[in-house]
Unconditional design. Sequence first.
Length: 151
Amino acid sequence: GYNCDRTPRGEDRISFLYPDKGVGAKTAVTCAGQKVRVAEAAYTNLHILGASCGHDASGELFLNYTNGSVAASLQMNDWSAAPTKGGVPALVVRHRHSHGGDDNSKPCYLNHYTVALDPSRTLTSITLPKDEAMKIVAITLERPGLPPSGK
């Protein structure tokens, strides 16, 4: 089972498209400095669904605009702990599955992290951090004009 916090928050307005969950499907990207091309446009926020594996992790991601790049810090908590690095829980599960069987000793988290973008500039790509403990399940770019939370 899973548990979602239904307290209204601004990030509740954001949707993520989850990857295929079939056997053998690749469900997360390991951050190794890859460049992710995006539809060139002005955006207000970068929303990341992810967690770190094995320990808390941090790294720089680069926001690549048509007129230069900007570094931004991204910190992720280990997936077995509630977020303390600026993220909020997006999905909480009561246990985890492993090759050795189910581990019911603690919940696991996928967290929602938000990185502010410059809406006066055109974003062309994002360069992920270089920390292989950091895993990204989904990314959503928020365009200007999203209605305020609660409307």
